[in-house]
Design a protein around this ligand. Structure first.
Ligand code: UD1
Ligand code: UDP
Length: 359
């Protein structure tokens, strides 16, 4: 083996990214997988390990939910202990969650090199917790793996040029690997009495949409008015808010539990349109060629908007309803996210870095 890498994950999209990267990584390095426990429900965590055949984590810190400071602080302390014991050659972090920031800080304080998968993304909205997490993580990372050319430009504008690599997006690797695997998707659609192409798919989980009852209420009201069947796998955070606030959900919106990745890919590919505030789902919609309406004021994935396949609708009922009336885009979809070989490229860069001891 060529060295030891500690990979830190904790939230749903990180399991998917780590499934793709880990598969390549483990051929060349000893990987120690650390799960912070930020997500812990079966449908938010273990389902991904099973479906994507990710080895069980070497450590599960079981930190669970809490206010940002407490959650991030608890992860920091626990991660530090593990990293001191493991003494890895490098720490690999993914995305922009509190697990990402805690992992970056714990590693930096121990003077361990950090590699950040999905570096350089910016929404330019510092009210998003993710924006703070990614700016800070990028600032202290040694290797910055950018999924898009825009991400490289963002870093350059911040004066970060050393250790920056345009690798493409590891979520494309995952999607290409898992898209053909049989899933419970067809049975799920049947149980909802829906046919492929005969529904829209909805996800909502961003703090900006769930923490404001008025935003969440107006969003659900607008989608209720649209009348078309909508399949809504509900994130536990959103389910909590809907029930605490006693918000009404119209009958055309079919709330279901969060689904596994294979089922989600099936639901996405077969949707007539996708409505989401998720980063990952905007990308998957684009890759599958399903029009996307993004329920936010801005996006990190600006290329999907420029290509005409993603519409930024915010949360105002008028803008959402008018976005739903837009006709299906006819434009080409340039290959924004690379060619599905990002994980291998990242592994090669890591090999080179650890062999030379510098970026
Ligand atoms: C987190 C990330 C977000 C990412 C998302 C992916 C941060 C700040 N946010 O948001 O960037 O897009 O994950 O899904 O890191 N909960 C459960 N069971 C679980 C997990 C969460 O019930 O297994 C509930 C808890 O009430 C918790 C709430 O969801 O307080 C929010 O969970 P948390 O991990 O803090 O943030 P997410 O909204 O999931
Ligand atoms: N996803 C899933 N089941 C669901 C909802 C999402 O498997 O019920 C997958 C989705 O296909 C994508 C990833 O989770 O690959 C996106 O995660 P999420 O929306 O939670 O976070 P974000 O990408 O916004 O950080």
């Amino acid at each position: 083996m060529n060295g030891k890498i500690c990979s830190i994950v904790g939230a749903r999209p990180q399991f998917i990214k780590a499934a793709a990267v880990g598969r390549e990584l483990r051929r060349r390095f000893a990987e120690v997988l650390i799960h912070t426990g930020q997500h812990y429900d079966e449908s938010m965590s273990s389902v991904f390990f099973e479906e994507l055949e990710i080895p069980p984590p070497d450590y599960n810190l079981d930190i669970r939910s809490g206010p940002h400071g407490r959650q991030t602080g608890a992860m920091l302390g626990a991660l530090e202990e593990v990293l001191i014991g493991e003494r890895p050659d490098l720490v690999l972090i993914y995305g922009d969650t509190n697990s990402t920031l805690a992992g970056a800080l714990a590693a930096a304080k121990l003077h361990l090199p950090i590699a950040h998968v999905e570096a350089g993304l910016r929404s330019f909205n510092r009210e998003m917790p993710e924006e703070i997490n990614r700016i800070l993580a990028d600032e202290i990372s040694t290797l910055l793996f950018c999924p898009t050319a825009t991400a490289v430009d963002n870093l350059r504008r911040e004066g970060v040029t050393s250790g920056v690599f345009l690798t493409g997006d590891v979520m494309l690797d995952a999607l290409m690997r898992y898209r053909e695997k049989p899933s419970g998707g067809p049975a799920l659609l049947q149980s909802l009495n829906l046919n492929p192409g005969g529904y829209r798919l909805l996800t909502i989980h961003r703090a900006g949409n769930t923490d404001s009852v008025s935003n969440l209420g107006s969003l659900l009201a607008a989608l209720g008015e649209s009348g078309t069947p909508i399949v809504f796998p509900v994130h536990p955070r959103t389910r909590g808010r809907i029930s605490e606030a006693g918000l009404a959900v119209a009958k055309n919106i079919r709330c279901i539990d969060p689904v596994g990745y294979l089922e989600m890919l099936f639901l996405e590919r077969n949707a007539d349109l996708i409505l989401t505030d998720s980063g990952g789902i905007q990308k998957e919609a684009y890759i599958f060629g399903v029009p996307c309406v993004t329920l936010r004021e801005e996006t990190e994935w600006v290329e999907t908007v420029a290509a005409g396949w993603n519409t930024l609708a915010g949360t105002a009922p008028e803008t959402i309803l008018s976005a739903l009336l837009r006709s299906r885009p006819k434009s080409e979809r340039p290959k924004i996210f690379g060619s599905g070989t990002s994980s291998a490229l990242i592994t090669d860069i890591l090999l080179d870095f650890l062999a030379r001891g510098s970026a």
